[in-house]
Design a protein around this ligand. Structure first.
Ligand SMILES: C[S@@+](CC[C@H](N)C(=O)[O-])C[C@H]1O[C@@H](n2cnc3c(N)ncnc32)[C@H](O)[C@@H]1O
Length: 263
């Protein structure tokens, strides 16, 4: 059961511009590190799965890659297309991608494939060419991260949603991603450390950026937008450092893998 991808835009697309500008660029350390590890270059046809507002695609294009992307949120895809007019960015489900078998040299997904959506890995395997490279990131040990505070407001969602969020991040547990990738036919699986830190100028900016995400929508459905913003702003106030940005360093795990070459 992959859930209904057509409702994803309700949560992820409602503040697409805020997400694109205030949240997504904060993930760029992760994008740059994974592109570097994958050796993305002008010889590559790359697909970014669950591409959000397309910032990672923009950075892959800066390395010369020819790019495609897919996301369930039509409003995020609109931004991704605006940022990447020459890329093939589609609205759709990562479990049923609109490309032929073996279309890509490289597939990336930045916190887009979850413990609750493992079958997407089978679809990524299908669209990769033999020998194609995969770079995947997943949330790691969030609670042990110095920046764990930045995700506390997500816990204001209804209990069932919070439980589902925990199941979603289960791929970050040591061994979990390795097992799953092997099960879907990937080889040369390697877990790598990935730099990841969000920075914000002040508590209001942090609350606004956080409010643009899908899990924030789940919290707001439970407690309302005003209560969510108030709690997030309060959480950040305790983290203010004189003369420095608010900084939330969060554990993210990266996986590198390959689709086997034809023998
Ligand atoms: C945590 S965000 C990651 C977005 C982007 N990769 C980034 O680095 O910010 C998860 C993304 O998955 C997308 N998504 C959720 N379910 C999906 C599905 N079934 N197919 C494609 N995209 C999906 C959401 O719209 C959202 O953009």
């Amino acid at each position: 059961m992959n859930g209904d991808w057509t409702v994803v835009d309700e949560g992820w697309g409602r503040k697409a511009v805020d997400f694109a500008v205030l949240s997504e660029p904060g993930n760029s350390r992760e994008y740059v590190a994974m592109h570097q590890r994958l050796g993305v270059s002008d010889r590559d046809h790359l697909v970014d799965v669950a591409c959000g507002a397309g910032f990672a695609i923009e950075l892959a294009r800066a390395r010369g890659a020819t790019c495609a992307g897919i996301d369930a949120s039509s409003r995020l895809v609109a931004v991704a297309r605006d940022r990447n007019p020459d890329a093939d960015v589609r609205v759709g489900d990562m479990h049923a991608m609109p490309w032929a078998d073996g279309s890509f040299d490289v597939a990336t997904s930045f916190r887009g494939v979850w413990g609750t959506t493992p079958a997407a890995l089978g679809e990524i395997h299908r669209v990769l060419a033999p020998g194609g490279r995969l770079g995947l990131t997943v949330w790691g040990h969030i609670k042990a991260s110095p920046g764990a505070w930045a995700m506390v407001p997500f816990r204001m969602a209804a209990a069932a949603k919070v439980e589902n969020q925990a199941a979603m991040v289960s791929l970050g547990r040591p061994g979990a991603g390795e097992d799953l990738l092997a099960r879907y036919g990937f080889v040369d699986v390697e877990r790598v450390a990935v730099p990841f830190a969000w920075e914000f100028s002040d508590p209001d900016m942090y609350a606004r950026a956080l409010a643009s995400t899908g899990p924030a929508f789940e919290a707001m459905q439970n407690v309302g937008e005003a209560a969510f913003i108030a709690a997030a702003t309060q959480e950040a106030h305790a983290r203010i450092r004189d003369g420095l940005p608010l900084r939330a360093q969060i554990d993210v795990a990266g996986y590198l893998a390959r689709k086997p070459r034809l023998s």
